[in-house]
Write a new protein. Structure first.
Lengths: 364, 301
């Protein structure tokens, strides 16, 4: 039994297709992050799961029960919003128990839940306060508390941290992580922040233009992006994508850029399909953090590139190199001194490299 | 040497700017006082005249001070002279106006709040057209709808009655009240409504429990606006009612324009003030909120 299952879901606003045949499954206790640029449909998908938006095609199942036409309050879900959406005229206590009261829960049960949750979230001292008298972090806690008291099957989070300042955001992120570890509830979490997605999710679904590009564990998403969009979207700076062709040379495969004698051997790469590789136009993908200034692994590939630009950002520096008129970025500790305008010896960790078809932009 | 030279010239400049500032300040006060007197002057004349006897009015000037607190003309304006025919006084019409204004303000405000709530939080296909047509209602010259409205009231059997006026004022208040509430609610995060829906609250519960409690500023604005409009209305009152059912503004007109006897300026002035007092009270009591409501922005949750 899947806690949440979405089948062939499509949604359009007028003539704009927002979601195109989405399929998604979440196991009990998993933390799924919907990640993507703004306008990719991730919030719409969340609203559909909540029942706040109607569906054009497809179905949503919670615990194998089709809830597509079920009212939000009867779906056994709770949602935390970006603007917290605390009821301004009610104090913290009234905010937290509003849902239970609507559901005609007994007074004793309400009191019990309120005490338990407010202690757990450390808001038990704030119960009489109005939302306007709370700090951003406290409001966020109360909003989470309001979701918790209902003991839902699924928690929905809609960019809950993006209204907080940078420091508080990191703190609250840890708290949400802790919360999930302790309660082991199923969560669907929408964000456009890849760090949040990586650190929180047990699964990440990357969306673009209403399509799920890749749904995997954070490690897989980072190491084996399924297409150039995912490769480019995840990581900062994002993965270097060098355009070139694959050449077969007496049984060995080489990556070459036309008009340059630079070539990179492709040896133990895990191809999906080994046929027709010769002369294939590809993107060679390597992350800035997998380019080294000295040999770390025996298999590292040595290459000479000209350093063009250095960006110092404190604990590290981002260097831009020239690879046959294509930019290649690398991330080094800021203590390393590299002369600009000169050829520099670099080492590519080829075990971390990715190859994408230049036409379809899919991983090969 | 040079230093001291410099410092004297700075001192001179400082002096000069001080005088300029002082002059500008006094000039500013002068202008303000001038404008204030311009607005206060008619009120002064009204109050002073209402306290004079006819004798004093004939002999004194417009601005002269009354001899004492002579409230007789106020009593006449409010309660009449006590003889039968032709004695017009304001009391019954004042209550007519109250009976008209209270329900009309209540219903138009309430309906406007509801409409604003629907137009912002329960969007439906074509809602912007509905809003556009409602806005259109704000710009219709009311003279244009007098005849069809008279017919409608006739068909409904409520012409020449306070109820008829309540209906007319409610209907023509809705475009304005809707505009006010719609503009206020549009700044209220829609996520509040979503949260309440997930919590299990329905259409009316969300309105009464979540939105209405945070609408105080805009309710005040709307009430003041509607109260002033309806209380001061003369057009609808004079068209759709006469005699016993007339509101105070119509009665005031009849009283002042009745050519039966000598013009009693003191009574006229007292009547005019009586007719204006309720709006004044509303402004004084709620004016603070009026400004706040007009300028209030997003509601932070």
């Amino acid at each position: 039994m899947k806690t949440l299952k979405i089948e062939e879901l499509s949604k359009n606003f007028g003539s704009t297709e927002v979601l195109k045949k989405i399929n998604l499954e979440i196991d009990e206790g998993n933390f799924l992050v919907l990640l993507g640029p703004s306008g990719c449909g991730k919030s719409t998908l969340l609203n559909i799961i909540a029942g706040l938006e109607t569906i054009n095609e497809g179905d949503v199942f919670i615990d194998d029960y089709n809830v597509s036409k079920v009212e939000p309050k009867d779906r056994n879900i709770a949602m935390v919003f970006q603007s917290y959406a605390l009821y301004p005229s009610m104090n913290v206590k009234e905010n937290m128990i509003f849902g239970l009261k609507q559901a005609k829960t007994s007074k004793e049960k309400i009191q019990e839940q309120l005490e338990k949750v407010s202690k757990f979230l450390q808001v038990d001292q704030l119960l009489e306060r109005k939302p306007s008298q709370l700090s951003g972090g406290q409001r966020q806690r109360v909003a989470i508390g309001r979701a918790l008291v209902r003991e839902p099957r699924i928690f929905l989070f809609d960019e809950p941290l993006s209204n907080l300042d940078a420091k508080l955001r990191v703190e609250m992120r840890r708290e949400i992580k802790k919360l999930h570890q302790q309660l082991k509830t199923t969560v669907v979490y929408v964000t456009h922040d890849q760090t949040e997605a990586m650190s929180l999710g047990t699964n990440i679904a990357i969306m673009n233009h209403g399509v799920i590009q890749q749904n995997d564990t954070p490690e897989k998403i980072y190491n084996k992006p399924s297409n150039t969009f995912v490769a480019d979207f995840i990581g900062s700076p994002s993965m270097n994508l060098i355009k070139g062709v694959l050449k077969e040379n007496s049984g060995d495969l080489l990556f070459k850029v036309s008009g340059s004698n630079l070539e990179i051997p492709i040896k133990d790469y895990d191809f999906k399909d080994k046929s027709n590789l010769n002369n294939k136009e590809v993107f060679f993908g390597i992350r800035p953090e997998h380019i080294f200034f000295k040999k770390f692994n025996e298999s590292d590939f040595e290459i000479n590139l000209r350093a063009d630009l250095s960006e110092y950002i404190g604990h590290e520096q981002i260097m831009t190199f020239d690879y046959a008129n294509q930019e290649v970025l690398a991330k080094f500790p800021s203590t390393i001194k590299i002369d600009l305008g000169k050829e520099t010896k670099l080492y590519f960790d080829l075990t971390q490299a990715s190859l994408f078809d230049a036409q379809t932009e899919e991983r090969i | 040497m040079q230093d001291s030279l410099k410092s004297t010239s700075y001192q001179q400049l400082e002096q000069k700017s001080k005088y300029t500032n002082m002059f500008l300040r006094w000039f500013l006060y002068f202008i303000l006082i001038l404008f204030a007197s311009y607005f206060i002057f008619p009120l002064y004349v009204m109050v002073v005249t209402s306290l004079k006897t006819m004798e004093e009015i004939r002999q004194g000037t417009l601005l002269s001070w009354p001899s004492g607190l002579n409230l007789e003309s106020w009593a006449v304006a409010w309660g009449g002279r006590g003889y039968g025919a032709g004695d017009t006084f304001l009391r019954p019409y004042f209550w007519n106006s109250i009976k008209m204004v209270v329900p009309a303000v209540f219903f138009s405000t309430f309906i406007g709040a509801m409409t604003g709530y629907v137009l912002t939080k329960w969007r439906f296909k074509g809602d912007q057209w509905v809003f556009l047509f409602l806005l259109f209602g704000c710009f219709i010259p009311f003279q244009a709808i007098l005849l069809p409205m008279a017919r409608t009231l006739g068909v409904l059997g409520i012409s020449n009655s306070v109820i008829g006026l309540v209906l007319v004022h409610t209907v023509y208040g809705i475009p304005f009240t809707t505009l006010f509430f719609r503009n206020y609610y549009i700044s209220v995060p829609t996520e509040l409504v979503k949260a309440a829906r997930i919590d299990g609250a329905g259409f009316f519960k969300i309105f009464f429990k979540i939105l209405l409690p945070i609408s105080a500023p805009i309710i005040v604005v709307t009430v003041i606006w509607q109260f002033t409009q309806i209380w001061n209305d003369f057009l609808f009152g004079s068209t759709f009612s006469f005699g016993e059912a007339a509101p105070i503004q119509v009665a005031l007109n009849n009283m002042v324009l009745s050519s039966t006897s000598v013009k009693e300026y003191n009574v006229d002035m007292a009547s005019a003030i009586i007719a204006g007092i309720p709006t004044l009270i509303v402004y004084v009591l709620a004016g603070k909120y009026f400004i706040r409501g007009l300028t209030s922005g997003a509601v932070k949750g």
